[in-house]
Design a protein around this ligand. Structure first.
Ligand SMILES: [Zn+2]
Length: 632
């Protein structure tokens, strides 16, 4: 995983300090013994501690214990060897927030409500954290990516919720962090709290795109494995860090979803509900767990009841899952049930049909405009659609889908601010043009090429001319796609071709993107073209799209200052800094504005404050120091 801001995604790339602040906007199976013994079947106290590790975007088939011959996952493989491994565990959604909400609530997405990234889980829903806290557990969670930010509702019940993102040189918060930092923070909490009983959840983001450095020339699959190896190392640090408490800890490791590398024409995850992105590793190890393999299909909704059973905390909430290791649970021969999964990403991100699916034994039905039915035992790749030949089975499973979820097409992100939307987009989500009114919803599989091209663009695998060419193709095929328009415009502007960039910025703005990024990019080009007055007008429009966005306000100040009105710029820059004191470029521009207005003392004060706030190794320090020396 590269440093935050290193992948070229819109809204993330850091830029150096400059008098013109505008640049910063660009920143923008088999063979194992059968069923394990029930957990803690006798009257013992149950597990004292619970460690839940979720590894983002980790395909089950990339672990040695799931049969990968090139695996570099010794920690997870050893954990599985001494615990219970679910051979066929499935995510409830191929999307980070809905899947984690299912893990923590034991509910399918229609029941927990966080059905897509950015849709906050409602208050009042019991989670593992709220239930265990009420039972006297110390509770801590430490996450590594913005889709799990506390604003989306998973923090309830946790005494500590680690979701602090480092800031880039531009002062904007990053959208992810290295697992090393997350594990450091988690172990710090553990050692300080020294809990008698505890529930610790750690989320690692390494395997999520971008995979390492795409410019290294190493094949994408190898770089994906590198990221998995790093996540495996961090799990090892975490387990070692528990020290003597390790023996009394129930450890659960799972992924929130898998990752597609071209299967079904998909790149990344979220668009489809094929097993490429639903099949995940699930390992339970520790107190009273006898080694074994669960061969029956299980779901991530089974984690919460499994934890409650192992800790002997009564199940006080309704859950869709079943305790994995209990008599009569999914590991028991002869038991059978349906598992549900869905994705709203096609609808919310592209305006296409959402997908809902039910699995019953080996049979899997996908409710789509053109429905699909697969026998996953005979056809693990889900390549032979049996709907036409097995009509009765298809009808039976279609009826089952309705028992899990009402149609989802009227749902909309409830609490998504423009800032949150921008940050989710920068991680590759919300990739397209969004729902369009009064049009029949397209089947995602009929649009897979377009979606794959968009995913390629957001994955960080393309740069320079290749990125530009991919974006041009998307814009040609989907001229109304404002995301593609904006990314293309930024790519053109970054290589200095503002003349070509401006029409694309204008098209993105006309399509009413929910963020001010396109305005900021357009204003930057207009300034570069010497059209300061026009840039000021564009920034005023940006203020209406995203009121109280400190970056917009600071840019308005910068334009005024550069237009010879430094005194008029000062209040705007002060307001931007009141909203975000770590917006470093704004403070630098403020110091410059003071200097231009002849207010040397104020200029020196802001420059000094900036030097105090900038990290010791920040590359901007010499420039700030020169300014300070000049005005002192
Ligand atoms: Zn994820």
């Amino acid at each position: 995983m590269p440093a935050a801001g290193d992948n070229g995604a819109v809204g993330r790339a850091a830029t150096g300090l400059a008098v013109g602040l505008l640049a910063l906007a660009i920143a923008a199976c088999g063979g194992s013994p059968a069923v394990p013994a029930p957990v803690a079947a006798t009257g013992g106290p149950g597990a004292r501690h619970v460690l839940l590790v979720t590894i983002d975007t980790l395909r089950a088939d990339r672990l040695g214990v799931y049969g990968y011959t090139r695996a570099r996952t010794p920690v997870l493989d050893a954990l599985a060897a001494s615990g219970v491994r679910a051979a066929r565990a499935y995510a409830t959604a191929p999307v980070t927030l809905p899947s984690h909400a299912s893990i923590l609530t034991g509910r399918y997405p229609p029941a927990h409500g966080a059905r897509h990234n950015g849709m906050a889980m409602p208050e009042g829903l019991p989670t593992l954290a709220t239930v265990l806290k009420a039972a006297g557990f110390a509770t801590g969670a430490f996450v590594s990516a913005f889709p799990l930010d506390r604003r989306f509702g998973l923090a309830r019940g946790f005494d500590a919720y680690g979701d602090r993102w480092a800031r880039g040189p531009d002062g904007r918060p990053a959208d992810e962090r290295a697992g090393q930092l997350t594990v450091d923070e988690a172990l710090g909490w553990w050692r300080t709290a020294r809990p008698a009983r505890s529930f610790l959840w750690v989320h690692l983001f390494e395997p999520h795109a971008p995979y390492g450095d795409a410019r290294s020339g190493r094949p994408v699959s190898d770089r994906y494995d590198d990221e998995i190896a790093e996540a495996d190392r961090q799990v090892g640090r975490l387990l070692d860090g528990l020290g003597a408490d390790r023996a009394e800890t129930l450890v659960i490791v799972a992924a929130d979803h898998g990752e597609a590398f071209g299967e079904h024409g998909e790149i990344g995850h979220s668009l489809f509900v094929y097993d490429t992105t639903l099949h995940v590793p699930l390992i339970v190890q520790g107190v009273d767990v006898s080694p074994g393999v669960v061969q029956a299909p299980v779901s991530l909704v089974d984690i919460a009841p499994t934890v409650l059973q192992a800790t002997k905390v009564p199940l006080s909430a309704t859950m869709d899952g079943q305790a994995l290791l209990s008599p009569g649970g999914p590991g028991t021969p002869g038991t059978r049930r349906q598992l549900y999964a869905e994705t709203l990403a096609p609808f919310e991100d592209f305006g296409w049909s959402p997908l809902r699916s039910v699995r019953d034994g080996a049979m899997k039905y996908i409710l789509a405009p053109t429905p699909e039915l697969y026998d996953t035992a005979a056809d693990a790749d889900e390549s032979a659609n049996l709907v036409a030949t097995a009509q009765a089975e298809a009808a039976r499973l279609k009826a089952q889908v309705a028992t899990f979820a009402a149609p989802a097409s009227t749902t909309a992100p409830s609490t998504l601010t423009p800032d949150a939307r921008r940050r989710l987009q920068s991680l590759g989500y919300l990739g397209g043009s969004g729902p369009r009114a009064n049009q029949p919803l397209a089947d995602p599989k009929d649009r897979r090429e377009l979606a794959a091209r968009l995913a390629e663009v957001t994955s960080g695998e393309l740069s320079g001319v290749a990125l530009e060419r991919a974006l041009l193709t998307i814009v040609r095929d989907d001229p109304r796609n404002p995301q593609a328009r904006m990314r293309l415009a930024f790519a053109l502007a970054q290589r200095g071709d503002c003349a070509a960039a401006v029409p694309h910025f204008r098209a993105a703005i006309a399509a009413q993107l929910p963020s001010a990024d396109a305005h900021l990019g357009l204003a930057g080009c207009l300034v570069a073209q010497g059209k300061g007055r026009e840039a000021a007008a564009v920034l005023e429009a940006a203020d209406e799209v995203e009121p109280d966005n400190p970056v917009v306000i600071a840019n308005r100040g910068a334009v005024l200052s550069d237009a010879g009105q430094p005194l008029a710029a000062v209040p705007l820059l002060r307001r931007a800094l009141a909203l975000d004191p770590d917006l470093h470029q704004a403070r630098f521009t403020l110091a410059i504005a003071h200097a231009r207005a002849g207010q040397r003392a104020e200029a020196a004060e802001e420059a000094s404050t900036l030097l105090q706030r900038l990290p010791s190794g920040a590359p901007q320090r010499p420039e700030v120091q020169r300014l300070l020396d000049a005005v002192r």
